[in-house]
Write a protein of this length. Structure first.
Length: 341
């Protein structure tokens, strides 16, 4: 445990006037790009949007922006928000962003991946900052509109002008994050915690569900009953929602005393040693660049491993049971109706 208290920034720590007379250019208008661009504009900051010719043009116009090419947007921007997917960001940066940057501009990202692995090759004469919301784009927009805000991780990776931190904080406030709190860190920290969730925690969770399914079905419990208990009933989603609101222990009183005792007593008995070893192994593979090299090779071959894995699991007993349960309980239709609201 670190002896240094983590720094968390709030509205009073961020000065929006830092962005006065500056234009914020958004490169990419997908999951994060659209929500952040709308939030920054609604915060009173001048925004331009650049995107590929074949992407999101109609949506950009509907939202009241004039669609520009990436190069045009970067030329106009003083703060350039590179919010395209990680795997295409290096090419987009080299081909369209870098040639149109000026000394003293700020490069802004919302994920540390390409900074951690030095995939952008950014020059020394710009500022480089990161503000990484801890949720997807739709929530970034809805939580801004509600006035609640949302947590993010903030990092200053290169401070050429001496004002990089002030710019990062102003951007964090403009997108609505300082309303909740922005945790100071580094791009490397954000990359590790993000990838470790994806590569260590989610696989444990998924395999735990697979194991529970196999055991219960082997003991004569109908697959449809198993699948609804696991997650298709939305009960598990509701539990995680309550965790986010009240903390893990804080949400336990919403369960029966039987459930509370069962959860805590078995958690206390569980041997976490192998899990710690698993997390440590995956962290090292992330930290030493092994995963980045693996993923780059996978992409260069048109992702054969990813396609094989989808094929493997799509035809597994578990996911066949999932599809069958969703169809028989009309869960697919219900989900489509909710998505359309």
């Amino acid at each position: 445990m670190s002896d240094t208290e983590t720094t968390i920034y709030y509205d009073e720590d961020a000065d929006l006037s830092v962005l006065e007379d500056r234009t914020v250019a958004f490169v990419g208008y997908g999951n994060q790009g659209r929500s952040q661009a709308l939030n920054v504009r609604d915060s009173g900051v001048d925004v331009v949007v650049g995107n590929r010719e074949d992407g999101y043009r109609e949506q950009i116009r509907e939202d009241g922006f004039e669609p520009h090419s990436i190069a045009e947007a970067v030329e106009q921007g003083d703060v350039v928000c590179l919010l395209v997917p990680d795997e295409v960001a290096p090419d987009v940066f080299e081909s369209h962003v870098l040639p149109n940057l000026e000394e003293g501009d700020t490069l802004y990202v919302s994920h540390g991946y390409n900074l951690t692995y030095d995939l952008l090759g950014h020059p020394e004469w710009i500022d480089v900052v990161m503000v990484a919301p801890r949720m997807g784009g739709p929530a970034v927009r809805t939580l801004y509109e509600s006035g609640q805000g949302f947590p993010s991780i903030l990092a200053v990776e290169q401070d050429h002008t001496g004002g990089a931190e002030a710019t990062a904080l102003a951007m964090a406030r403009a997108i609505g994050s300082t309303q909740a709190g922005v945790v100071e860190g580094t791009a490397d920290m954000e990359t590790i915690t993000d990838l470790l969730t994806e590569q260590a925690l989610f696989p444990i969770w998924a395999n735990a569900m697979l194991a529970k399914f196999r055991v219960e079905v082997a003991h004569g419990i109908p697959p449809e009953m198993v699948m609804t208990e696991l997650y298709l009933s939305h009960e598990m989603a509701e539990i995680f929602e309550e965790m986010a609101r009240h903390g893990y222990l804080g949400q336990l009183p919403f369960h029966s005393p039987t459930s509370q005792y069962g959860q805590l007593s078995r958690m206390d008995e569980f041997d976490e040693g192998p899990l710690v070893e698993w997390f440590e192994e995956q962290l090292q593979h992330i930290d030493n660049g092994g995963f980045a090299r693996e993923w780059s090779a996978e992409q260069s071959l048109d992702r054969p491993g990813l396609k094989r894995l989808y094929e493997k699991y799509e035809h597994s007993e578990f996911f066949e049971a999932e599809r069958r349960t969703m169809e028989r309980l009309n869960l697919s239709a219900a989900a489509e109706e909710l998505d359309g609201e």
